[in-house]
Design a binder for this molecule. Structure first.
Ligand code: IPM
Ligand code: MG
Length: 372
């Protein structure tokens, strides 16, 4: 029996290309694992009305962790349009399967490292080393949304908040509402994870990014909770910044920052910007980590126009596999993989189009294997 059982979820579009490349790399490392293919993504939405079938969740529960490629997400109406005719008019509503996985498995911590590997021509500056901790299960992406707003919900809000009344003039059918519900427990958890990481890897600061001057209750809860957590880590400075200004400062002074932590949506935004500083989404890895289970995925999407063309950069997916190896406790193997990735980037002979080269996704995999 293999040492690890890993759910293998390529998903949509280029997810398949980069997963195929990653398998070459994991086999090159001789990871002792059994990979179990799982159904997830757009084709299952179209044909079954369910992009994340229950059989996939059941299968995942028998594995140690999952490796996931990419997913196509579309707004509600567009998604409904594409359903198989026999499934239309059933009131099916599309919901991003990766967001659901995060909630279903309580993968509360989204870890997104963004490191400028020397020699990458796409680095904004050399030496950038950022790590984003994104709360992954609640906040603005918690999924509690309404359109129209039910009368009962409207009345309860109007009764409890003076600012709600002014919306009544538009009519409920013209009102949509997405909530940003945050718990002290999840705020504490994500900030603690960020501080623990800073302590373990020697970062001198943790920057808590929110917008408490406007989002006084949710942003306020995050900041107040973070201040409490920070007291347990006297050697590490905590900086508090607003999301808008932080975007500007990150571009201006990226070297000033190390570990950053934010609520779900702000962390989503922050991590794309951080990725661009170190070469774009082709280099951005992520781990959705819970207490006993984790799903690892590159930050990039499914890029449908490149699907099956073996054109996209698989480095983000390889760095994602590195995160998985670390989480599994295979630290030596993880280091070996990262060293080989760093070598191929610096060497510069084998590169995908985004880096100015013309090599294929699979050629990058072979170059990484040759560097082991
Ligand atoms: C990400 C993506 C997802 C998210 C989308 C595809 C739902 O942008 O992982 O950052 O917003 O979480
Ligand atoms: Mg995103």
């Amino acid at each position: 029996m293999a040492k690890y059982k890993i759910a293998w979820l390529p998903g949509d579009g280029v997810g398949n290309d980069v997963m195929e490349a990653t398998r070459i790399v994991l086999d090159g490392l001789k990871l002792d694992a059994e990979y179990i293919q799982g159904d997830i993504g757009w084709e299952f939405w179209i044909n079954e009305g369910e992009p994340l079938p229950k059989r996939t969740i059941d299968m995942m529960k028998t594995t140690d962790c999952a490796l996931f490629g990419a997913i196509t997400s579309k707004p509600k109406e567009e998604a409904a349009e594409e359903l198989d005719p026999k499934l239309k008019d059933k009131g099916l509503v599309y919901f991003s399967p990766i967001v659901r996985l995060r909630q279903e498995f309580n993968l509360h911590t989204n870890l997104r490292p963004c490191k400028a590997y020397p020699g990458n021509p796409l680095n904004l500056k050399d030496g950038i080393d950022l790590v984003v901790f994104r709360e992954n299960t609640e906040g603005m992406y918690g999924g509690v949304e309404f359109h129209p707003i039910p009368q009962e919900v409207f009345d309860a809000l109007a009764k409890n908040h003076p600012k709600m009344k002014k919306f009544s003039e538009y009519g409920l059918e013209n009102l949509a509402m997405s909530t940003r519900i945050m718990s002290r427990q999840k705020c504490r958890n994500i900030v603690t994870q960020a501080f623990e990481y800073a302590k373990k890897y020697g970062y001198k600061s943790v920057t808590v990014v929110d917008k408490p001057n406007v989002l006084r209750e949710t942003g306020g809860l995050m900041i107040r909770t973070a201040r409490e957590v920070a007291k347990q880590y006297p050697g590490i400075e905590m900086w508090e910044t607003n999301i808008d200004a932080q975007m500007m400062w990150l571009v201006k002074n990226p070297m000033d920052y190390g570990v950053m932590v934010a609520e779900n949506m702000f962390g989503d935004i922050l991590s794309d910007l951080a990725a661009q500083l170190v070469g774009g989404l082709g280099f951005a890895s992520s781990g959705n980590i819970g207490d006993g289970y984790a799903v690892f995925e590159p930050t990039h999407g499914s890029a449908p126009k490149y699907a099956g063309k073996y054109k996209v950069n698989p480095m983000a997916m390889f760095l994602t596999a590195k995160l998985m190896l670390d989480w599994l406790g295979e630290n030596k193997m993880a280091q070996k993989l990262e060293d080989a990735i760093a070598f191929v980037i610096k060497d510069g002979k084998v590169r995908t189009y985004d880096m100015g080269g013309s090599n294929t996704t699979l050629e990058i995999a072979k170059a990484v294997c040759a560097a082991f």
